[in-house]
Design a protein around this ligand. Structure first.
Ligand SMILES: Cc1cc2nc3c(=O)[nH]c(=O)nc-3n(C[C@H](O)[C@H](O)[C@H](O)COP(=O)(O)O)c2cc1C
Length: 478
């Protein structure tokens, strides 16, 4: 195909194109090819920019959907493709999407409510005037509860009703009262699809923000007939539903390399004893998970903890401060380094090769020496200093003052200060109260956050990092 350059593209159209491409997992260029092909074939399945922007369910996925518990109301229309709707139920359920079926009167000539109930494991609805479900206006409940309505097959008749706001049966009443996005999978004979009335109805529905998948071109059930009008395959419909229910998350840190340290260090005294601290590693692990969710390529270097490695994060397990520093240096260069580990300040000068024994004169003397300061070492590097270095200051008194001093002394860019006095329960606990100190030239801004879970602190910190990456355009790691 000859190459085509489009100049002066409207910003809104460009944004909608990017969004559409991201949803279908294609590059923008490939997406434009699909749209041009559809336009050339006269298919209306290209979703308009307005439709994409106005879909209510797309703005922010609910937390229920985040954890995969989405619910779809599947309306099965009276077309020959209704048998494929039974496969669609399975395809949706294998994606952890609950399905509740509504069959039109015509649909019941093609598939039975029993089959739909058996596959969905839920009661199936067929009648607008059903006393069993309408005692509390069940059709409104069906229209509002759930996250998405899928109509498959969407008959010419159902689309005409939708376009004209008719509500004379359960399916059309639900569609008129819908409070969630609607996905249609049209299926009909090419003559019906190409009819001017159907085209008008399709255009109206697209203007109303209804999303369509298909129809595809291919053979019809009617012997010897082929053309545009075959329902999209159940797998395609399930994927389109999933994209609407769980739109890809923005990944503001995509392409950024991040290094995070976590947990305590263990400084050996002899082969069986060590100096340690009460750090659980939970905060650093939560930050690594949040950074991964934001699209960063994350290496987590952790002291001994009792936590599972975060999914998708390269995790290196170390024991002592010196091990940790060695692995930190080997991981450079990175764009962002967050040092959340509670590194022991001291280690014993002479580690016993054998287990130390009690002596007649009492405890063997333990001479301590200072450990390398990982945060200061990396912050003061002449070469390979990450463009953004963030330290943690765990203090038990004079929190902000100590954190200010630490920020200046260590040479990092930000400090997350938290009060780890025993009364706070922070060490080993699930909540944290932190203050973010950010150095701006000679000034230090202090942002105090309310008490949060460690996951919330992590999400907030990564949001600040992402903002800094976007607005301050951090340089390349050297
Ligand atoms: C054998 C047969 C197959 C049909 N297939 C379709 C079809 O694929 N698409 C369509 O829009 N209508 C089809 N119809 C017509 C619909 O069943 C008819 O318009 C019905 O009123 C639709 O009702 P509903 O929209 O409430 O489900 C078919 C009818 C029959 C008898």
């Amino acid at each position: 195909m000859a190459s085509l350059t489009i100049r002066k593209l409207d910003d809104a159209i460009r944004d909608a194109l990017r969004l559409r491409a991201a949803r279908s997992g294609r590059s923008v260029e490939d997406e434009v090819r699909v749209i041009l092909r559809e336009a050339a074939e006269g298919s209306p399945s290209a979703v308009s920019a307005t439709a994409l922007r106005t879909l209510p369910g797309l703005a922010a996925p609910s937390s229920r959907r985040d954890v995969g518990l989405a619910r779809v109301t599947l309306i099965i229309g009276g077309g020959i493709a209704a048998y494929k709707a039974l496969d669609l139920i399975r395809r949706l359920k294998e994606r952890q999407i609950d399905v509740r079926c509504v069959l039109t009167k015509a649909a019941q000539h093609f598939v039975t409510p029993l089959a739909a109930s058996a596959l969905s494991h839920e009661r199936c609805y067929t009648d607008l005037f059903d006393p069993g479900s309408e005692f509390d206006a069940g059709h409104i409940r069906l229209a509002r509860n759930g996250d998405l309505i899928v109509v498959a097959p969407a008959t010419a008749d159902l689309m005409a009703k939708m376009a004209h706001g008719t509500a004379d049966d359960l399916a059309s009443a639900i569609l008129l009262a819908a409070g969630v996005p609607i996905l249609l999978a049209p299926a009909m004979n090419p003559l019906m699809w190409n009819n001017a009335a159907t085209k008008r109805n399709v255009a109206t529905l697209q203007r109303d923000g209804i999303v369509m998948i298909g129809p595809n071109a291919g053979e019809m059930a009617e012997a010897g007939e082929a053309g545009m009008g075959r329902m999209a395959e159940p797998l395609e419909i399930a994927q389109a539903a999933e994209r609407l229910l769980r739109p890809p998350r923005p990944e503001p840190l995509a392409g950024k390399r991040m290094l995070i340290t976590a947990g305590p260090t263990h400084e050996p005294i002899d082969p069986v004893r060590y100096i340690a601290n009460r750090s659980s590693g939970k905060q650093g692990f939560a930050i690594a998970a949040a950074a991964h969710a934001a699209g960063a390529d994350v290496t987590l270097i952790s002291g001994p903890v009792e936590l599972g490695d975060p999914a998708g994060v390269r995790t290196i397990h170390v024991e002592s401060a010196r091990d940790m520093l060695r692995h930190v240096e080997a991981t450079l260069p990175v764009d962002i380094a967050i040092f959340a580990a509670a590194v022991a300040d001291w280690r014993v000068a002479h580690e016993g090769e054998q287990k130390l024994k009690k002596t007649a004169t009492g405890m063997p003397p333990l001479q301590l020496v200072e450990n390398p300061d990982i945060l200061a070492t990396i912050s003061h590097r002449k070469e390979g200093r990450p463009p953004l270095v963030i330290g943690f200051a765990a203090e038990t008194e004079h929190l902000i003052d100590n954190a200010r001093t630490k920020l200046a002394r260590k040479g990092c860019d930000w400090i997350v200060a938290n009060d780890v006095s025993p009364s706070t329960g922070v060490m080993g606990g699930d909540r944290n109260t932190v203050h973010l100190l950010i150095r701006h030239g000679g000034n230090i801004d202090v942002d105090s956050w309310p008490v949060m879970t460690k996951e919330e602190v992590a999400t907030e910190l990564i949001a600040h990092v992402a903002k800094a990456v976007v607005t301050e355009a951090l340089g390349q790691p050297s």
